[in-house]
Design a protein around this ligand. Structure first.
Ligand code: IMP
Ligand code: MG
Length: 229
């Protein structure tokens, strides 16, 4: 299929370069993910553990499509904002539900370097769940530094900095109904820079700023987003 660039609505055009994943694509894929998860967790005692804050929109859509008995809890994680060298995660909300001997599905917005999810998994493993699976909306395999992979992946994407559908830049854009690529000029916006965590600042140093076709290996789970660009 030919690659097609989708423009954002006019009022977002100064800030959003292009739409990477449309509302319709998101809806279709989230539905398909829910079917996979239902199949794998049918008859199991499922606890969903979602990472705050980026998962909220994805999670709300996914949950409503899951026809399974389940329980939901959240872990709050934040990368250390003020320092200059720390990669450390700060846990801003701890788990309340007991997950020992339970089937746990960890849900996050995006798997990038893998540092967040690998630390979260270490923490959760200590609670002795029966089994744990990971579900992410987006996967940027090209940036991985930790050995962590997801069992359910919405879309594999190239090294763009993306916002929308829960993902933020300086806490903005979470409410966009699509996943868009932030306009590179926004990286320099002096109103936003002081609000960025150290991690986001580092991340922005290496992102791809030109539009190109998405080269991605056909992972068994992730769909071929390449066809949509
Ligand atoms: P990791 O620890 O490098 O895997 O990063 C995971 C976290 O970094 C995500 O949960 C996001 O909060 C953030 N992140 C990584 N890439 C992006 C992006 O393109 N846009 C917005 N946030 C991102
Ligand atoms: Mg996150």
């Amino acid at each position: 299929m030919a690659n097609r660039i989708q423009k954002p609505p006019r009022h977002w055009r100064k800030e959003i370069d292009f739409i990477l994943i449309s509302q319709e694509q998101l809806a279709r894929r989230v539905n398909a993910l829910a079917r996979e998860i239902e199949k794998d967790f049918a008859g199991k005692d499922l606890v969903i553990v979602a990472l705050l804050n980026g998962t909220v929109v994805f999670l709300a859509d996914l949950l409503r499509r899951l026809s399974l008995p389940l329980r939901l809890d959240f872990i709050g994680v934040s990368s250390y904002g003020g320092g200059t060298q720390s990669n450390e995660l700060v846990f801003t909300k701890e788990l309340r539900l007991d997950v020992s001997s339970r089937n746990v599905l960890v849900v996050d917005d995006i798997l990038d370097t893998g540092k967040t999810l690998s630390q979260v998994m270490v923490k959760l493993r200590k609670l002795k769940p029966r089994r744990m699976k990971i579900c992410v909306l987006l996967d940027k395999p090209s940036r991985r530094v930790e050995q962590v992979s997801a069992d359910y992946i919405g879309f594999e994407i190239p090294n763009h900095f993306v916002v929308g559908y829960g993902l933020d830049y300086a806490e903005r854009y979470r409410n966009l109904p699509f996943v868009g690529v932030l306009h590179p000029q926004m990286y320099k916006n002096p109103d936003f820079i002081p609000l960025l965590s150290l991690k986001k600042r580092r991340l922005l140093q290496g992102v791809k700023t030109t539009i190109g076709p998405v080269a991605q290996p056909p992972s068994p789970h992730a769909p071929r987003l390449a066809a949509t660009l």
